[in-house]
Design a protein around this ligand. Structure first.
Ligand SMILES: Cc1cc2nc3c(=O)[nH]c(=O)nc-3n(C[C@H](O)[C@H](O)[C@H](O)COP(=O)(O)OP(=O)(O)OC[C@H]3O[C@@H](n4cnc5c(N)ncnc54)[C@H](O)[C@@H]3O)c2cc1C
Ligand code: FES
Ligand code: FES
Length: 472
């Protein structure tokens, strides 16, 4: 898919590479969009991938003088766990909770979501409502682009080929502001938005001082429901006013028909979501949808920064991939141009991680990358350079099965077994993160895993039983 791969170590290195490669290089953050697109043959002519996922300076969330700075390497799961985002940017936290499944949230970034620029993407809508800007840098300098000026159409924006988005900046919400984010997808996890909405309302003495209502997947770019916003100003958030505002929001929506839903259905849903969102703001219930302890499937403890020497181009015959898999060091002279899933199976001979959809949808390929559960079919093989990988083969302990493996056997949670390694990896990571999970937490943990034969009851029961075992 690519000729050379560079695990960048600093922003300065990224900017030099982008300038030098003149449009033949592409930034990769989590790769959850880019790897799929490259596999589909898009981005022909891209020779070099510049991986920014381990540039430590891009992975920070800070609050300075009422401004929240979100580094371009910040993942959805990082946002979900971060007190600054949870407290001061609730609509963004709620949107991150709606993205894909835990494995996708462990690698996918907010900046990647913004740059992919699909009007259905989840985090653009709340960041529009929060009036965020994107800070971008190149060797020629820096510019700060308000998101409302960033998009020029479906999947189109004003970013130049030599520019790196370095951070997203927006004002924290004030105590008199309430926010919400709602999405309708065709199922609860792993579903693109059919329609989504975000709202930020400033209230004083029970009346609306300012209302911001943004809508996704109803136009080529994210839009404001301007008439609804104006209508609410000066009014109480009563049922009657909410009803009228949601009708006005419906009129602002100009969606298309597609395979997921008709335009008429999307318009109807716009009205429903805006009514529900404003009602949740009025009743103060919006925050209740964000779990106190979100399941992350991550037990990453230290920052995974690379040593300076690791930032050299990796390619067959140029530089091998050096990695640790299940505690053993491997050096791979080949396999650079494929995914981690194929590196594990074709180069290391570890066949436990299964090839399912190869689109991040089924979880059969789940492995741990530096302590986080990820879909290995979306991770470029050279990302494993200087990283720590755990596969199903490395889960047990010196000839003993892992308690989750034992419980799957005892509960009959396996039929053909194709999905089983992925489920077990997700479940074992959950128990490492939350030793005594609720059934809701178990279901969230396996929301990125699909089984076509066993059905989910026995799998959930096996995970519950495993949590009672010693050493789980
Ligand atoms: C199974 C599955 C489920 C998904 N579910 C959802 C969902 O529910 N909601 C949703 O919104 N999305 C979803 N996605 C899409 C995807 O996960 C998100 O868009 C994600 O946030 C992209 O981030 P990334 O870091 O993986 O981006 P990448 O794939 O690394 O990059 C995406 C694009 O942004 C560019 N880019 C990334 N970072 C920078 C930067 N700092 N500067 C300049 N350019 C940059 C890349 O060159 C590329 O063009 C899903 C994807 C999959 C595979
Ligand atoms: S999610 Fe990787 S093979 Fe399906
Ligand atoms: S046991 Fe066959 S797909 Fe799950």
């Amino acid at each position: 898919m690519w000729k050379e791969y560079i695990n960048a170590v600093s922003v300065e290195q990224v900017l030099s590479l982008l300038a030098e490669k003149k449009g033949q290089a592409r930034i990769l953050a989590g790769g959850t969009d880019l790897v799929l697109e490259m596999r589909q043959g898009l981005h022909e002519g891209i020779q070099t991938i510049i991986d920014i996922s381990r540039v430590g300076e891009l992975s920070k969330i800070t609050l300075e003088d009422d401004l929240i700075h979100l580094g371009a390497g910040v993942t959805h799961n990082q946002c979900l766990a971060d007190p600054i985002i949870r407290t001061h940017a609730l609509p963004l936290a709620l949107a991150c909770w709606e993205i894909g499944a835990p494995q996708i949230r462990n690698t996918g970034t907010i900046a990647g979501n913004l740059v992919t620029a699909s009007p259905a993407n989840d985090t653009i809508v709340p960041l529009f409502a929060l009036d965020a800007s994107l800070v971008v840098r190149s060797r020629n300098g820096e510019r700060r682009i308000p998101l409302k000026d960033f998009y020029t159409g479906v999947r189109r924006h004003v970013l130049e080929a030599d520019e790196l988005a370095t951070e997203i900046v927006f004002r924290k919400m004030e105590p008199n502001q309430q926010g919400v984010y709602l999405k309708l997808g065709l199922r609860k996890a792993q579903a693109i938005s059919l329609v989504n909405m975000a709202g930020v309302v400033t209230l004083e003495n029970g009346r609306v001082v300012k209302a911001t209502i943004t809508l996704g997947a109803v136009a080529p770019t994210i839009i404001h429901a301007e008439k609804a916003e104006q209508y609410l100003e000066g009014k109480e958030l009563s049922d009657e006013h909410i009803q009228k505002a949601s009708q006005l929001a419906r009129e602002a929506a100009h969606p298309i028909d597609d395979i997921r839903g008709s335009a008429a259905y999307r318009q109807q849903i716009t009205q429903v979501l805006v009514r529900r969102g404003l009602s949740q703001i009025a009743s103060g219930e919006a925050a209740a949808r964000l779990p106190d302890v979100p399941v992350l499937l991550s037990t990453e403890t230290a920052e995974q920064e690379l040593p300076e020497t690791a930032g050299e181009p990796l390619a067959p015959g140029v530089k091998p991939i050096v990695t640790r898999i299940n505690g053993v060091e491997f050096t791979f002279e080949d396999g650079h141009g494929n995914t981690l899933l194929h590196l594990l199976r074709d180069q290391a001979g570890l066949m436990g991680s299964k090839v399912g959809c190869e689109e991040g949808e089924c979880g059969a390929c789940t492995v741990y990358l530096d302590g986080k559960a990820v879909m290995s079919c979306l991770i470029p093989a050279p990302r494993a350079h200087f990283a720590e990988i755990t596969t199903i083969e490395g889960l047990g302990d010196e000839g003993h099965l892992h308690p989750v493996q034992e419980a799957f056997i005892e509960q009959g949670a396996v039929q053909c077994g194709y999905c089983t390694p992925g489920f077990i990896m997700s479940a074992a990571k959950l128990l490492e993160e939350i030793p005594d999970p609720s059934q809701t937490q178990i279901k969230t943990a396996i929301s990125g895993n699909l089984c076509r034969c066993t059905g989910y009851y026995k799998i959930v029961r096996a995970i519950e039983e495993a949590s009672k075992k010693e050493g789980a």
